[in-house]
Design a protein around this ligand. Sequence first.
Ligand code: HH2
Length: 262
Amino acid sequence: MGILNVTPDSFSDGGKFLDPAHAVARALEMESEGADIIDIGGESTRPGAHAVPDDVEIRRVIPVLEGLRGKLRIPISIDTRKAAVASAALAVGAEIVNDVSGLMFDPEMAATAARAHAAMVLMHMLGTPETMMRRARYDDLVGEVCRFLSRQARVAIRAGVAPSRVIIDPGLGFAKTARHNMQILVGLHRICALGYPVLIGASRKSFVRKVAGADRQNLLFGTAAVNALAIAAGAAIVRVHDPGPACAVVRMAAAVSSCSRG
Ligand code: HH2
């Protein structure tokens, strides 16, 4: 899954793709690098980020979706917590809703995805991007994440989302310290055992920066290490800023994993 942030303030690529023509070109470039999905977001969810009004988010993402119509062959995912934004994006070609709140932000979200027969990514976090880091306390981190994701998957399915179209994500960096993120990776096989495809978003995040180092190469290889471990644990999708290198990592890790399973 290639990341396309159409925002002025995303932590890694903020401001780079605010011009819809640049965003469209980047999406097509990521497709040519091997991405299978493009995830378009119009609101930064980095720690401390403020919520963006619906109309601003819609004005950022819709011209990009329109510009990609008839050009992109792979599915588009809309990265939003808001049903109004998801609905507008689904109407112009998005096929997946990526909700970082895991259906906790907007009560209309599941029905909106269900009506459009969309796939849904349900991610674990606590609170909102503004408040989440104050809530990074757990007695049983992996167990709590598993219970949240199973419960929210059932909410989506009850609202009419096809069970085969539910994807879950433990939410690296969302209400989680660097150590929590690594504990999630150690316990990832338990999240994969819930039976839904698992998505992992580690790309260039601060725990990678902290452990691997902050320059471009270190971030790329640090992200690659997390992605390889995630695929080996059974993850199905990795969300990345650099799909070219990530494809090689996924191909290699998946080949080794399928071999070890015999
Ligand atoms: N991470 C970010 C945004 N959306 N969606 C899912 N499913 N999983 C993630 O880990 C995830 C996500 C944050 O990263 P990014 O989009 O690069 O930055 P920002 O939120 O600042 O736009």
